[in-house]
Design a binder for this molecule. Structure first.
Ligand code: PLP
Length: 396
């Protein structure tokens, strides 16, 4: 008998997790692999957060079930943080904390998408959006953007892909995998368009504090009250505070939507881990320098990594990205030069032969591209690029 449901058979395993796992396995076998696959800071959670979590544990905090929306102190701290950084106010019942932004997104699509509803997703997109939307019975509608134009999402493009079935737009700025950051004018055009057409914006702003070389960190909700009401903001602790393993993400927006996701959480995950919630509370309320130090570190790494990849034969990089921690060159030429028909096969060869782990662009909707993560030391990144160069020279 066939055990696995059709619904699950029809979705893909996360390609970023699969690539990370494969590199981990090879490393465990003792192979000397440089992994540029990871979507997380390469260092431990800052000490002030560990100390606070430790203290909370021994004070008996976080040992029990909490509200499924998260403890009140944490929701208040999230409200204060966004008030301070974005000048936007959220009430306590407009905030929902759960086990990571990924789960929050899943809840949102479950709560908002009916069978056959269309959801706009600009390409390239983070691997999980399309699969989560399919799981909810929705139809992902992919918007082809132009890499030469900074992957911009213009009104003309939005118009071309919007239909009377369009319900949501997923926006991810700064973007994983392209690193593109929309500026205020671009965000305003998108926001105003969605207000006019009554399309709800799911704004995944998980990288919004990781912007570089003068780019502005900005929440779309800060642009106008109408846009704020038309948007659900998704954010979390993972990237800005190096807390991926603690699993704390959250949504900000309409009380009605928060009540809907509360229904799902109440029947599934319950609350996010209590101790992690106390750690997140400390992250947001203490140690105010960490976020800026973290940002500067990634800025230095970007500035070192970009010219190295730009110089690789057959790899085409566009303008220097301004956010997140990825580079996303087109590399079908490099694949061809070394005898591979597809970038997927080329990516596999780089791992198995050159011992450099990267993620193929196919999972992000751009199969001619490849993703480098520079969430690793500059030396390690440079060594990875050198190995690719040697591989290219050997096979040309
Ligand atoms: N959204 C984007 C664009 C991401 O890159 C990631 C993590 O890789 C997430 C959401 C998920 O973050 P979390 O760790 O909060 O689940």
């Amino acid at each position: 008998i066939l055990l696995i449901s059709k619904r699950i058979q029809d979705i893909q395993l996360s390609s970023t997790l699969a690539a990370t796992q494969k590199t981990r396995e090879l490393k465990a076998e003792g192979r000397d692999i440089i992994s540029l696959t990871v979507g997380e800071p390469d260092f431990d959670t800052p000490k002030y957060i560990l100390d606070a979590a430790n203290k909370a544990i021994y004070e008996g905090k976080g040992h029990h079930y909490t509200d499924s929306a998260g403890i009140a102190e944490l929701r208040q701290a999230i409200a204060d943080f966004h008030q301070k950084h974005d000048f936007v106010s959220y009430e306590m019942d407009e905030i929902f904390v759960s086990a990571g932004a990924k789960l929050i997104l899943y809840y949102l699509f479950q709560a908002l998408v009916d069978e056959g509803d269309e959801v706009l997703i600009p390409i390239p997109y983070w691997v999980s959006y399309s699969e989560q939307i399919r799981l909810a019975g929705g139809v992902p509608v992919f918007i082809e953007t132009d890499p030469e134009n900074g992957f911009a999402l213009t009104e003309e493009l939005l118009d071309r892909y919007t239909s009377d079935k369009t319900k949501l737009l997923v926006l991810n700025s700064p973007s994983n995998p392209s690193g593109a950051v929309f500026n205020e004018e671009q965000l305003r055009i998108i926001g105003d368009y969605c207000v006019r057409k009554n399309i709800l914006i799911i704004a995944d702003e998980i990288y919004y504090k990781l912007v570089f070389n003068g780019a502005k960190s900005q929440s779309i909700a800060s642009l106008s009250e109408e846009i704020r009401q038309q948007s659900i903001i998704v954010n979390g602790m993972s990237k800005a505070f190096a807390m991926t393993g603690w699993r704390i993400g959250y949504a900000l927006g309409s009380k009605k939507v928060m009540q809907a996701i509360n229904k799902i959480a109440s029947q599934t995950s319950g609350n996010a881990a209590g101790i992690s919630q106390y750690a997140a509370l400390a992250a947001l309320t203490e140690g105010s320098d960490f976020m800026e130090e973290n940002r500067k570190l990634f800025e230095t790494r970007l500035n070192a990594a970009y010219p190295l990849v730009k110089d690789l034969p057959g790899f085409k990089l566009y303008e220097k990205p301004m956010g997140a921690f990825y580079l996303f060159p087109e590399c079908s030429e490099a694949a061809k030069m070394t005898g591979y028909d597809t970038v997927d096969a080329f990516t596999m060869a780089l791992l198995e032969e050159a011992h450099v782990g990267l993620v193929a662009g196919s999972g992000f909707g751009m199969p001619k591209h490849i993703r480098f993560s520079y969430a690793t030391s500059t030396e390690e990144f440079a060594e990875g690029v050198q190995r690719i160069k040697t591989f290219m020279e050997k096979h040309r």
